[in-house]
Write a protein that binds this ligand. Sequence first.
Ligand SMILES: Nc1ncnc2c1ncn2[C@@H]1O[C@H](COP(=O)(O)OP(=O)(O)OP(=O)(O)O)[C@@H](O)[C@H]1O
Ligand SMILES: Nc1nc2c(ncn2[C@@H]2O[C@H](COP(=O)(O)O)[C@@H](O)[C@H]2O)c(=O)[nH]1
Length: 184
Amino acid sequence: MKNQKKLIILTGPSGVGKGTVVKEILCKEKNFWLSISATTREPREGEKDGENYYFLNQEKFKEMIEQNLFLEWAQFAGNYYGTPLSSVNEKIKKGFTVLLEIEVEGARQIKNKFPNSQSIFLLPPDKEELERRIRNRGTEKEEAIKKRLSRANYEISASNEFDFALTNHNVDETAKKIIKLIKT
Ligand SMILES: Nc1ncnc2c1ncn2[C@@H]1O[C@H](COP(=O)(O)OP(=O)(O)OP(=O)(O)O)[C@@H](O)[C@H]1O
Ligand SMILES: Nc1nc2c(ncn2[C@@H]2O[C@H](COP(=O)(O)O)[C@@H](O)[C@H]2O)c(=O)[nH]1
């Protein structure tokens, strides 16, 4: 894949605000494109197949792994998640800056495969605020919240592996800082 600087990884623990910040970035930057991942998790209320994710069963997801159709994939909190290769290639060729909003294992895979990609780790102001954000989102049951929070400790300890680490205090400010980092 050419022009790897156009490939931006946004990672960080579940609930830190990656998706919210990405939405804000996409409102501000029309030449940026967010990759649509595939997942085996169940859709949340209001989520649409092909818009939020490609919702697949495990058999189909594993078939895609076998066929090397993912740029990266990982298991997270009991489900599979992966970045489909073809659409990312196509958007980069068209000149878009492609954003990957992914967890840490997948982010490491992309960093290894594409050393010129740029990686940004979002940190919460503190762990209590992270828990508040996940709980207030209201999308996960208690068991899933616990899995995500225990994984968050491991993920936060990996924050120094990435090019930049930013604390997400305020959505608008974080989005502006990320845009500046990408364009510098
Ligand atoms: N800077 C912020 N201040 C306060 N609340 C925030 C901030 N950023 C995001 N939130 C809220 O935190 C919750 C989690 O945000 P979001 O879903 O974007 O996180 P995420 O990192 O994408 O999570 P996941 O990895 O689980 O998909 C949402 O309810 C969102 O509105
Ligand atoms: N490695 C990958 N991680 C991904 C991908 N798409 C999303 N994610 C990350 O999974 C967790 C959970 O997401 P949720 O939508 O269930 O809350 C979160 O950290 C996402 O960033 C992907 O393609 N590959």
